[in-house]
Design a protein around this ligand. Structure first.
Ligand code: SAH
Length: 350
């Protein structure tokens, strides 16, 4: 029988589970706080030995292990996480003045097939479970010496690693519930960003959860034709569909929406900037301009500095706030899916 992941439960649920096993309720609190600290069951020192044995039979205590770790000169740390079935996913720790942000993966591989992205090259292998996503955060929090609530070392989470979070909707929603749970590491949904290539109906479903997370949209083009050339999802949902769902999200949550926009030749004209402004009318939003990270097979050509500047000025002139994303960790294959691919192919060649 497949074991249950200990980090897949809230404290209240764990109390019920322990009740069913006639384990005293205060034990559930001890187990819960150990689990959130990512302590292995064998090291849950104040539990009786028999209880530890019983738990070990039924539960996985560490759904994710840090398999490899690469530190960039700028302090960014890239992780490869190993899952119980030996699949590998990646995460990135970015250190800012205000705190530490972890970028985590939501799927092994990705089914979306964006031409510029390394995560989708081999398609989707599987969804991550909610407890595995929690494990990515807790493993790094533990490595940094962090604890729970105010003692946490991770302050922000971005769902921008490999995978399409809205293609794993229920597990991602459950992950947000677990990681923001009051007696856990307790990261506020306001400090969580979810990035999507634009699954319009799922954006509405997310809005209906009323979570207060930041919605981030991988936009990358401003006409259906240009978007279809680089993102398969644009064949299913037009820009009109996408923006209808974004407006729905904004009207429901009143949260500022963030757009990610790769700076590629052909998509940074003044007309593109104007179209962004028109699509965003009525929204509070921000555009993150992202220099392209070159990946194998990507047909995209980086925009010139002059074109980028003009695009930025035109956005500004049309009342759209925009910044260029700092490229952190480029010396360690910081972009989506790149590190996993490189390490896996090196290992297969040895
Ligand atoms: N599937 C989600 C989240 C993962 S991708 C999404 O599409 O948003 C996270 C961000 O990295 C997206 O904005 C994506 O477009 C961007 N990205 C992926 N590959 C990139 C590359 N080679 N260069 C620059 N940005 C890239």
């Amino acid at each position: 029988m497949e074991k249950k992941i200990l980090q897949e439960y809230t404290l209240d649920e764990l109390k019920c589970l322990m009740d069913q096993r006639s384990v005293k309720r205060f034990r559930a609190e001890q187990i819960y706080s150990f689990a959130c600290n990512y302590t292995p069951i064998a090291e849950m020192s104040n539990l009786p030995k028999e209880l530890r044995e019983q738990l070990t039979e039924e539960f996985d205590d560490r759904p994710v292990e840090i398999y490899k770790k690469y530190e960039s000169k700028d302090g960014t740390v890239k992780f490869l996480f190993k899952l119980q079935d030996n699949n590998i996913v990646e995460g990135v720790l970015m250190k800012y003045k205000y705190g530490n942000t972890i970028c985590i993966s939501t799927q092994v591989g990705c089914a979306m097939g964006c031409v510029f992205c390394a995560s989708g090259i081999d398609g989707k292998i599987r969804n991550l479970k909610a407890g595995e996503m929690v494990g990515e955060v807790l493993a790094v929090n533990q490595l940094l010496g962090g604890g729970l609530k105010e003692d946490r070392k991770i302050t922000n989470i971005v769902l921008m690693g490999s995978g399409e979070p809205l293609d794993n909707f229920d597990n991602v929603a459950r992950f947000i519930e677990l990681i923001s749970y009051k007696s856990s590491i307790n990261i506020s949904p306001r400090n969580i960003s979810l990035s999507t290539c634009g699954l319009a109906p799922k954006i509405k479903k997310l809005a209906d959860l009323d979570l207060q997370i930041t919605l981030t949209i991988s936009l990358h083009a401003t006409t259906d034709e240009n978007r279809r050339a680089i993102m398969k999802v644009a064949n299913v949902y037009s820009l009109a569909d996408l923006f209808e769902s974004i407006h729905y999200y904004f009207n429901k949550t009143h949260r500022r929406v963030v757009f990610e926009y790769i700076l590629s030749k052909g998509n940074v004209s003044k007309a593109d900037a104007k179209r962004i402004a028109s699509l965003c009318k009525g929204l509070s939003c921000h555009v993150n301009m992202i220099p392209i990270n070159k990946t194998p097979n990507s047909p995209l050509v980086p925009a010139s500095d002059i074109k980028t500047r003009e695009f930025f000025e035109e956005l500004k002139a049309n009342g759209i706030s925009a910044t260029t994303r700092r490229t952190l960790g480029s010396d360690i294959d910081g972009a989506c899916g790149q590190l996993r691919r490189r390490v896996l192919s090196e290992e297969n060649n040895t």
